[in-house]
Design a protein around this ligand. Structure first.
Ligand code: NDP
Length: 632
């Protein structure tokens, strides 16, 4: 579907023709840059691949299993039978819970490690936290909750509050189990239920289980020797310690005035943090392995007249438009509603295509070629932006990103680059040594120099493309006959529609598991939640004790995924290492996209396929078992 310009104007989103291509440098040598990108990539490749990162369990549990926001209240272990347990209370769990309630399923219990709903927006409250892609697309259920974010990139606190409002709106606080971590999930054939054990000694027997822990649920640490030797203060950005720093998410970190602080990590989190730490710390050392792209922010407040003019259905249309301009490469004939650094490459590509004598005869290869050229130009624009804002030439050079756009998550921030002009801020480039060398009792060793610091903050990211046993953070997931999900999926996902797997009755998955992927993460969870809720509601309405995909249906879906697979591995292989490409495939693990094994025809084709499947009403590919059936 394309959205016409007239429709766009009717939705009050953007005046037609308002957003066009940007001006980028044309005087570049693409071959020389391609070689420079290769050299910069090789410099950072590590033989350990994703195993360079330490899990935050065991002796490192203090980095993740503490809750700085809510005291954990003692309670008796829970011993109960329920219909549905949803594991995770972030966007994935909330949107699934909301869909279950809308489908008429009442006995829904979300189990969440944090002390409230919100997921990443509960945990991440570091100074400067805002959403990095447009809130009007990103924040879910805006129309249903009659809410509009106060600015283009909303503050974390506002999104956290919206998550809580979703919980209230759909009655999900009833029966919620907070401050609880699921340890084991075992299918019990005798009672046709999942037995859930937790860190609070609970024995919860759930007929259905939905895994909704999201992609950013588990902090990871760089595997730097000596972390446990450090005698000063140390924490991960997702467990911010305001008792130590003072201030709050809006800044004012007054207790850092006499502190030397080290920040390790310059991804999306590090970029948001640096201006605040630079302003308030006595001295800030930023240890950078790979620079992010940092564009201007243009974080405009929401125009109330614009918001008032929005017509029903606007958010889904806007999400679809954003998806087209980013994930689909460009959207000829459509205005670009979002019109920012995420969609720039699409716009510039579209302008080139439209300037061709016969755009309709464009081949896929020509499209890829044009987009690649525009990519080099956009990246050059971003590198020259660094020169225009950073005074010291060596520091500016170190801050320049040499890789293709979308090899890493693009960032925007109006204060990040200029913070490096402050006399109390030092950039330490650790690319040559592929990261910080060592941590000692008193500081950090990099490039053979020891930097004495009072505090180390890890903005080192999350388990996103690592093994699922690391990502799910559940010790055991065992289906029928003790089959471990981790073993079952060791060589790749095996699912029907990405949401259920043979041998794992009544269990449902969310995330990037053989599904169509939207550029809007919340849209993914809405579509998945709606589908899972439909299947669970149907199973309950039909009096079934179990619902499970047949092996044939699962095999057919795996074949569909394979046949339609769009192989981006050549692009990923040329990218600088990071979680987007499974750390460049080092450690023998191979390149693995952070988007999993997506359904090639795309997110909207996937949503249509699911809707058509539901419309038929025959639950094709699923087996329903009833009490008394063998194995049900
Ligand atoms: P990332 O995984 O993006 O960044 C981790 C950082 O740690 C990288 O800069 C990495 O360097 C660095 N690092 C890792 N190991 C070492 C080492 N040994 N020595 C030095 N540096 C090291 O994590 P983030 O928390 O920044 O972001 C994760 C994701 O979370 C984002 O991509 C985004 O999707 C989401 N997010 C969203 C936000 C929003 O919408 N507002 C805000 C923050 C995060 P290198 O790049 O070289 O690997």
């Amino acid at each position: 579907m394309t959205i016409s310009e007239a429709e766009a104007e009717q939705h009050g989103v953007i005046a037609a023709g308002e957003c066009g291509p940007t001006s980028t440098p044309q005087d570049i040598d693409i071959d020389a840059l391609r070689e420079k990108y290769r050299v910069e990539r090789e410099k950072r490749m590590r033989t350990e691949g994703s195993k360079q990162y330490i899990e935050t369990g065991g002796e490192f549990a203090g980095f993740s299993e503490v809750d700085p926001h809510t005291p954990v209240v003692e309670r008796e272990p829970i011993d109960t039978d329920i219909d549905v347990a949803v594991i995770g209370g972030g966007f994935a769990g909330l949107l699934c819970g909301a869909a279950l309630r809308k489908a008429g399923v009442e006995d829904v219990h979300i189990i969440e490690q944090g002390g409230d709903f919100g997921g990443v927006w509960y945990w991440n409250r570091y100074p400067g936290i805002q959403c990095d892609n447009e809130s009007y697309c990103y924040v879910p259920l805006l129309e249903e909750l009659d809410f509009i974010p106060s600015k283009k990139f909303a503050d974390g606190a506002e999104i956290y509050q919206h998550c809580r409002n979703i919980g209230k709106h759909f009655g999900l606080y009833d029966g919620v189990i907070f401050s609880t971590q699921v340890r084991d999930l075992k299918w019990d054939d005798q009672i046709s239920r999942w037995r859930i054990s937790t860190n609070r000694g609970d024995d919860i027997r759930a007929r259905f289980v939905v895994l909704g822990s999201g992609s950013f649920n588990r902090p990871k640490l760089p595997g730097i020797p000596g972390i446990t030797d450090f005698g000063g203060h140390i924490f991960h950005s997702s467990r911010w310690d305001y008792d130590y720093t003072g201030g709050d998410a809006s800044g004012g970190l007054d207790k850092l005035a006499d502190k030397t602080v080290a920040l390790i990590g310059t991804g999306a989190t590090g970029v948001q943090l640096v201006p605040f730490l630079g302003r308030d710390a006595e001295h800030l050392y930023v240890f950078q392995r790979t620079p992010s792209t940092v564009d201007e922010r243009n974080n405009t407040p929401t125009d109330p007249n614009w918001a008032k003019a929005l017509q029903p259905g606007w958010q889904k249309k806007r999400q679809r438009n954003f998806h087209s301009w980013t994930f689909e490469g460009m959207a000829l004939g459509q205005p670009d509603y979002v019109c920012d650094f995420w969609t720039e490459l699409g716009r510039n590509t579209a302008a080139r295509v439209l300037a061709l004598p016969d755009p309709a005869s464009l081949t896929p290869e020509q499209f890829v070629g044009i987009r690649e050229e525009e990519d080099y130009k956009v990246m050059e624009r971003l590198r020259r932006r660094v020169d225009s804002l950073v005074d010291d030439a060596d520091t500016a050079e170190a801050l320049k990103p040499y890789y293709r756009f979308l090899c890493k998550r693009p960032c925007s921030n109006d204060d990040y680059l200029s913070t490096f002009n402050r006399p109390n801020v030092t950039l330490v480039d650790v690319s040559e040594s592929k990261g910080v060398e060592r941590i000692t009792d008193t500081g950090i060793v990099a490039n053979g120099v020891e930097y004495e610091v009072d505090c180390i903050i890890f903005a080192s990211g999350f388990e996103i493309t690592t093994e699922i046993s690391r990502r799910y953070a559940i010790d055991t997931i065992e289906g029928r006959d003790g089959l471990s999900l981790y073993d079952h999926w060791r060589d790749g996902y095996k699912t029907l529609h990405g949401m259920s797997s043979h041998g794992f009755p009544n269990q449902f998955f969310t995330g990037f598991t053989q599904v169509g992927i939207s550029a809007n993460i919340s849209a993914n969870y809405e579509v998945q939640g709606e589908h899972i809720a439909y299947v669970i509601a149907e199973a309950l309405n039909r009096g079934a004790a179990t619902v499970e995909p047949t092996r044939d249906a699962q095999d057919a879906w795996c074949a569909t995924i394979k046949e339609n697979y769009i192989d981006n591995s050549a692009f990923d292989a040329e990218c600088t290492p990071g979680y987007y490409n499974n750390e460049g495939g080092g450690g023998g693990e191979g390149i693995r996209s952070h988007l999993g094994e997506p359904y090639g025809p795309g997110f909207y084709a996937f949503a249509d396929l699911l809707a058509a499947w539901r419309d038929k009403g025959d639950l094709a590919g699923l087996t329903l078992g009833h009490e008394g059936d063998p194995g049900a």
